[in-house]
Design a protein around this ligand. Structure first.
Ligand code: MOS
Length: 719
């Protein structure tokens, strides 16, 4: 039996709060943690198979054109250059058919062939030796050198911003630049493919199995039913594994041709080239306010880039329309069609860079108006969504700002260059955190055995976020079991199709489907107890209904199964739903070298119900760390001649290392959001990054008086 829920109305009286097990929300350790730390968790590249051959991808050495000829190389099993391999799926959730014509190259580093050999070393040597002849085209690679597209559905304006700017007491009109960013997941993209008859099983690092399965079937020209994907462990994705990539399609084609399993693992530089990047952005922000700091005008104009036919474009201004209000507004989105590597969803696409830049601009306005930056924000928070008048499903920005100011000791903040400690200027910065929230259709199956164990099955993934644990906690809470009695099985397309992991929608979406499946089982237990499900209390493997108390094992004499099916419904459009927070940073800037050291950070967040306080906190710590990277070190540099990525390994592309990450504090505000259904939980994975970098950049200004508008704020831009 399936319990189906379409979220058409708010669920204000969540049953979850009446459940008695007391495990949901608790900061328990990851239930699969020991597999990871003992090495028994099999990530895609760890998988072995009888008779396995090794494939190495060969990459295009020109930015655009076609492959004219591929040479021979001795001692290999196969050199594969099937056009299906070039299918460019690295665009978030887009699905495209295979290109029809000859092998077309759209960017430097694109996969053009796969060399397969008996050993990895043999394949690597052959891949280096392989000669490819190209027919090259001249194409633009610089976003500033082309006329950008202006997609109409991404423009909005009201009032007269120019006039508002002219009349205002204080204004800001500046341009910011953020470079391309890499997802930089720890696990490189890898796939092991093996056929049995007409069916292929691919073990790969993927965030969303359901849509990836469609994409693979589409790329190979076979039916979905012929594809099984396995991704029980995924070592981070941050968007780069939302869709399929060259390695899984190549492994499948090679395996079919050779009649044996084939493994393809990308090298780290290949991950940089082939997994999509976050687009660089150029953002002009215009703000105007009166003498009280009340905004009259908001302008946010973004230029991003992508390949000519790519669907995705970094939604930089996504949160701008509803975060602050102003009568005169102009929001513009432009896309430059160029031949740098494919751009796609990376770590909070949109807000990560959009909120960060906007919050820097607000800091400049506060400065110009002589108003405290926290106070300026508080004066401009709307009651309802500007433009549409829709209510907010919940709104915690003001509380996050006030609470954070208190906790962080904001009152001690001085003016630039007023706080000097030895060779360091010290300053504090603040920024708002905001991220849109959504649900995605999700299914799960739960089985309760006579031995009192529950099994959760769904093709949901755990990309390091803690999915195994929170789904286990939801089942344990709802069925009244110790968490040790719950087995969670994920990452297999043979299980019911879930939302997958992406866009911060995974926990609430897949979690609700598990909850619904458990309610289905509770119904069956209640029927056996002779009471209504609403009167049933399940706790410590015991069922209670009024005066009747029975051990679960006495009631469940044969396995009970329940299926859950969640669908987003009307609540999506009836309200504006988002997650909220505030970021705080204290930095020291070296007076002589311009080096910035982050000394401490605080994040205050509201994301509805917190499902596990430990994994939730870890998500926020990760996001805030990405904020440090965005502010201070991360930049994917493109060669201006051909667009190729110069900083294509972790020695050149600087994500913060341990010594760069100071003590960080995370605080969650108590919140329930009824518009997401019975769990009342929203997404959290990406909130921690949205605006975090702005707190660091604003702190740099408060320390030394320098505004850096071209990220990252390396010492040369400060000194
Ligand atoms: Mo995310 S960038 O949707 O994994």
């Amino acid at each position: 039996m399936t319990r189906h829920l379409k979220v058409d109305a708010p669920d204000n009286e969540s049953r979850v709060d009446q459940m008695a097990q007391g495990v949901l929300g608790m900061p328990i350790n990851r239930i699969e943690g020991h597999h990871k730390v003992t090495g028994s968790a099999t990530y895609a590249a760890d998988a072995g198979a009888e008779g396995m051959a090794y494939g190495v991808l060969v990459q295009a050495a020109i930015p655009a054109g076609r492959v004219a000829e591929i040479g021979d190389v001795p001692g290999v099993l196969a050199v594969i250059h099937d056009p299906r391999m070039l299918r460019r799926a690295a665009q978030g959730m887009a699905t495209e058919g295979p290109p029809a014509g000859p092998q077309q190259i759209d960017f430097m580093g694109q996969a053009v062939a796969l060399v397969v050999a008996e050993t990895l070393e043999g394949a690597q040597a052959a891949a280096h030796a392989l000669r490819v002849r190209y027919e090259a085209y001249q194409v633009p690679v610089d976003p500033d050198a082309v006329d950008p597209e202006l997609p109409e559905d991404k423009q909005s304006s009201s009032g007269d911003l120019d006039a508002a700017m002219r009349k205002a007491a204080f204004t800001v009109d500046n341009v910011w630049h953020t470079p391309s960013h890499a997802a930089a997941a720890m696990e490189p993209h890898a796939a092991v493919a093996q056929w049995a008859g007409d069916c292929v099983t691919i073990r790969a690092g993927l965030q969303m199995l359901g849509s990836s399965r469609e994409q693979i079937a589409d790329a190979l020209g076979i039916d979905e039913g012929q594809v099984r994907l396995l991704a029980p462990y995924v070592g981070g994705g941050f968007g780069s594994k939302l869709g399929i990539n060259a390695e899984s399609v190549a492994a499948a084609i090679a395996s079919k041709q050779l009649g044996r399993p084939v493994k393809v693992v990308m090298s780290r530089p290949q991950v940089f080239d082939l997994a999509h990047r976050r687009s660089e952005t150029t953002q002009r922000v215009r703000l105007s306010c009166d003498t009280n700091g009340v905004l009259s005008g908001i302008g946010h104009e973004a230029l991003v880039s992508n390949l000519p036919e790519a669907e995705f474009s970094e939604p930089v201004t996504q949160a701008t329309p509803f975060t602050y209000q102003a009568a005169h507004r102009q929001i513009v989105h432009k896309v430059a069609r160029i031949h740098r590597s494919c751009a796609g969803s990376v770590r909070a696409p949109g807000e990560a860079v959009g909120v960060t830049v906007f919050e820097c601009a607000l800091d400049e306005l506060a400065d110009a108006a002589g108003i405290d930056p926290v106070e300026l924000r508080l004066r401009n928070i709307p009651e309802t969504e500007p433009g549409t008048g829709r209510p907010f499903s919940s709104h915690k920005l003001a509380e996050a700002l006030r609470d954070g100011a208190q906790r962080f000791g904001w009152a001690d903040r001085l003016t630039p260059r007023a706080r000097i400690e030895g060779e360091w200027y010290v300053g504090m910065g603040v920024a708002a955190a905001v991220r849109v929230n959504s649900l995605i259709e999700s299914r799960a199956k739960v089985t309760l055995t006579p031995q009192g164990r529950a099994t959760v099955e769904t093709d949901m993934t755990d990309i390091g976020t803690g999915t195994y644990t929170i789904l286990g906690q939801i089942a344990a809470e709802t069925l009244g079991l110790d968490i040790g009695y719950v087995d969670v099985r994920l990452g297999d397309t043979d299980f019911p199709r879930a939302s997958g992991s992406g866009g911060s929608f995974g926990a609430a979406s897949s979690g609700t489907s598990v909850y619904l499946a458990c309610v289905e089982i509770r119904d069956q237990i209640a029927a056996r107890m002779g009471c209504a499900e609403a009167d049933l209390t399940l706790q410590d493997s015991t069922a209670r209904c009024g005066n009747i108390v029975r051990r679960l094992g006495d009631i469940v004499t044969s396995p009970l199964a329940g299926n859950g099916h969640l669908e987003p419904g009307k609540t999506e459009d009836s309200v504006r739903q988002a997650t909220w927070g505030s970021h705080w940073a204290e930095v020291a800037v070296n007076r002589w070298t311009g080096e910035t050291r982050v000394r401490r950070m605080l994040g205050v967040f509201a994301c509805g119900r917190v499902l596990n306080h430990k994994t939730a906190r870890s998500q926020c710590l990760g996001g805030m760390t990405f904020g440090i990277g965005m502010a201070l070190t991360e930049a994917m540099e493109h060669d201006p001649r051909d667009g190729h990525i110069v900083t294509r390994d972790l020695a050149e592309y600087h994500i913060p290392c341990h010594a760069d990450v100071p003590p960080m504090e995370v605080h969650f505000l108590t919140e329930r959001d009824a518009y997401v259904g019975p769990l009342q939980a929203k997404g959290l994975g990406e909130l921690g990054i949205c605006g975090a970098g702005a707190a660091v950049l604003n702190a740099i200004h408060n320390a030394c008086g320098v505004r850096v508008r071209s990220l990252p704020a390396t010492p040369d831009k400060i000194i």
